[in-house]
Design a protein around this ligand. Structure first.
Ligand SMILES: [Zn+2]
Ligand SMILES: [Zn+2]
Length: 331
């Protein structure tokens, strides 16, 4: 091992693995972030929170002590959250082993998902971390694209400044989260979100749960259940025109119900709204195709088509009872 890396920081609780590089860079002699990372990885460019996996994760694992294994590393990435919606062949070990190239792995249409471009933080967590660990850091759970709030402090996460549009997109900037004011224009970054419907809450809670899960793929059962609830789509092109028109109407209705739902637009980037919706949110392709879509697509479809939360939890393997204090529920 390179002696220069002896002091490489182990990730703090819930710290995103890329955040350790920023803390490492802060104690190096170099002004240039990539120079600080040169002994670790050549994959240190464009460090956004948008990846399922990328090679630099493996490279960091290689310089950490043997006692810190792949299983530990995964907890400091968003892999488990994403793997639930990937096919088995695409998830966990395969994705980690195959990621030897420069490229990173993201779902198809990731660019239409808001919150994948800039790093987000909770100003209360930041204050507490500074007090407890002497430094702030980028939390992993704050980077889940379909999570809007800090689950500990129940406040909205901070990202882009609405006043001047400043955001931290690339950790090569060497920046760690700080305070509740924009570091460029000084504007207050905290805002109370206008939309706080039950669907948004459900998406946030479900996403947090999936991030904490073991990441087992549920995509086969998800697609199966969606298919069963959308029987009219099961028919091929050979169906009658009337039947096809009906199917198209049903599809349109579902599509509309999903997108007019405020919570959906909150998690979709402006690019999505400027695009030809049907091409990028095609219900047929999402359910029948082989492409890997972002978790938000499946969560929205499950909510729109299956509706029943208990049933959806069952499909996603979410055991809410298990995480409750049983004695309380009987009182
Ligand atoms: Zn917090
Ligand atoms: Zn600003």
């Amino acid at each position: 091992m390179n002696t220069r890396l002896n002091n490489f920081p182990l990730p703090l609780p819930d710290e995103h693995i890329l955040s350790t590089l920023v803390r490492w860079h802060a104690v190096q002699y170099y002004e240039n972030f990539h120079k600080s990372c040169s002994g670790i990885s050549t994959n240190s460019y464009n460090l956004k929170p948008d990846s399922i996996w990328r090679r630099i994760f493996n490279d960091i694992l290689n310089i950490l002590p043997d006692s810190f294994g792949l299983k530990d590393l995964i907890k400091h990435t968003l892999l488990n959250y994403y793997s639930v919606f990937q096919t088995n062949g695409f998830s966990q070990t395969t994705i980690v082993e195959n990621c030897s190239s420069e490229r990173k792995t993201t779902p198809k249409f990731q660019k239409f998902i808001k919150n994948t471009k800039e790093w987000r933080w909770c100003h209360f967590c930041t204050e507490e971390d500074e007090e407890k660990y002497g430094t702030s850091y980028w939390h992993c759970s704050h980077q889940i694209p379909t999570v809007a709030r800090c689950k500990i402090h129940a406040v909205d996460l901070i990202g882009k400044c609405r006043q001047c549009n400043f955001s931290i997109r690339d950790l090569a900037s060497g920046l760690l989260p700080s305070g509740s004011h924009c570091r460029q224009c000084g504007a207050l970054l905290i805002s109370v979100s206008k939309i706080d419907c039950s669907v948004k809450q459900w998406i946030c809670q479900t996403s947090e749960y999936l991030h904490q899960s073991n990441g087992d793929s549920k995509i086969v059962i998800i697609k199966e259940e969606l298919k069963n609830n959308l029987e009219c789509f099961l028919e091929s092109n050979r169906i009658s025109v009337a039947r096809r028109n009906h199917s198209f109407k049903v599809k349109n209705a579902i599509f509309k119900s999903i997108l007019t739902e405020n919570s959906a637009s909150e998690f979709l980037s402006p690019e999505f709204h400027n695009s030809y919706y049907f091409r990028i949110f095609n219900v047929n392709s999402i359910i029948f195709g082989e492409e890997k879509y972002p978790p938000l697509y499946y969560l929205l479809l499950l909510k729109a088509i299956i509706k029943d939360d208990n049933k959806i939890n069952q499909i996603l393997g979410i055991d809410l009872e298990g995480s409750h204090d049983q004695s309380l529920s009987y009182n």
